[in-house]
Design a protein around this ligand. Structure first.
Ligand SMILES: NC(=O)c1ccc[n+]([C@@H]2O[C@H](COP(=O)([O-])OP(=O)(O)OC[C@H]3O[C@@H](n4cnc5c(N)ncnc54)[C@H](O)[C@@H]3O)[C@@H](O)[C@H]2O)c1
Length: 256
C-alpha cells in the first residue's frame, strides 16, 4: 500500500487517544509507538533505557512522551500512571527479555525470576494499574506481546513459561471484563529484527532447537510488520469484536 493511501485510511484512527507502550525505546515497541503517533495518538513511551528514549523522542516529537521506568520496580506502574496524567485508552504490554535458551537443567533461580518478572509479572501489574480507569471509561484495548515460544518450543524454559503465562493473563482479562468494554488480546511474534538478543547460552538447546528452528522459520520480520498487527488489535473500530485471541504474526512459522 502506498504511503498516501495508508495515510488517508488510517490518519485519524488513534486521534485523541492515549496509549502506554512499554519497551518503547527499541524494536517492536518503538515501531508501535511510532505508528500509534503517525495515526493520531499520544504515547506514554516507557523503557528502562533513558538513552534509547532520548534518541527516539528527538526523532519522533512531542507526542512521544518518554518515561524512564523499570516495569518490575515496586513503584513502576504508579510512576507510569502519573506520567500518563489520567486514564489511558490503550495499553501495549511489550517490554520483554530473552533467557539464552536455557533448559531446566541449566537454569538458575535468578534468570527464572528475572525473566518471569519482566515478561509476565510486569504485564500483570500494568494491566492491574490501568484497568480500573478503563472500566470506569467503559472502554480499553490491551495488547500483550507473547511469542512464538508460546506456540512451539523455540526459547529457554523461563521465556517459554513467561510467554505461555501472557496468554493466560490475556484470556483471563478478556473473559472477566469483555462485557464491560475491555478488549484484551495477545500477539505472538516469530523472529523479529530487534535488540532482544537471540544467542544460545546452552549447547544442548543449540543442538536440539537450532536445526529445527533454522529449518522451519520463514525468516526475520521487520518491527513495523509487528506494529501493524498490534495497532490493528489496539484499534477499537477495526478490531471491535476481537477479544481474547492470540494472533501469530510469524509468517506462518506456527504451521510448519
Ligand atoms: N524480537 C523477536 O524475535 C521477538 C519474538 C517474539 C517475541 N518478542 C517479544 O517482543 C517484545 C519486544 O521485544 P523486542 O524484540 O522489540 O526487543 P528489544 O530488546 O529491541 O526491545 C525491548 C525493550 O524493552 C526494554 N525493557 C527491558 N526490560 C525492561 C523493564 N524491566 N522495564 C522497562 N523496559 C524494559 C528494553 O530496554 C528494550 O528497549 C518482547 O516482549 C519480546 O519477548 C520478540
Amino acid at each position: 500500500m502506498s504511503t498516501t493511501t495508508r495515510a488517508t485510511e488510517y490518519a485519524a484512527r488513534f486521534s485523541g487517544l492515549t496509549a502506554v507502550v512499554t519497551g518503547a525505546g527499541s524494536g517492536i515497541g518503538l515501531a508501535t509507538a511510532r505508528m500509534l503517533i503517525e495515526d493520531g495518538g499520544r504515547v506514554i513511551a516507557v523503557d528502562i533505557s533513558q538513552p534509547r528514549l532520548d534518541e527516539a523522542a528527538a526523532l519522533i516529537g512531542p507526542s512521544y512522551i518518554p518515561v524512564a521506568a523499570d516495569i518490575t520496580a515496586e513503584a513502576g506502574p504508579q510512576l507510569i500512571a502519573e506520567a500518563a496524567g489520567g486514564p489511558i485508552d490503550i495499553l501495549i504490554n511489550n517490554a520483554g527479555i530473552m533467557d539464552g535458551f536455557l533448559p531446566i537443567t541449566e537454569l538458575d533461580d535468578a534468570t527464572w525470576h528475572k525473566v518471569l518478572n519482566v515478561n509476565l509479572t510486569g504485564q500483570m501489574r500494568l494491566v492491574r494499574q490501568f484497568l480500573p480507569a478503563m472500566l470506569e471509561a467503559g472502554h480499553g484495548a490491551i495488547v500483550n506481546i507473547s511469542s512464538e515460544a508460546a506456540l512451539r518450543i523455540c526459547a529457554g524454559v523461563a521465556y517459554t513459561v513467561s510467554k505461555h503465562g501472557v496468554i493466560g493473563l490475556t484470556k483471563h482479562v478478556a473473559a472477566m471484563y469483555g462485557p464491560q468494554g475491555i478488549r484484551s488480546n495477545a500477539i505472538a511474534p516469530g523472529g523479529v529484527k530487534t535488540n532482544v538478543g537471540g544467542e544460545f547460552l546452552s549447547q544442548l538447546a543449540a543442538a536440539r532447537l537450532g536445526p529445527i528452528m533454522a529449518a522451519t522459520s520463514p525468516g526475520m520480520a521487520e518491527p513495523e510488520w509487528l506494529a501493524r498487527a498490534i495497532c490493528f488489535l489496539a484499534d477499537d473500530h477495526a478490531a471491535s469484536h476481537i477479544n481474547g485471541i492470540v494472533l501469530a504474526v510469524d509468517g506462518g512459522w506456527s504451521v510448519m
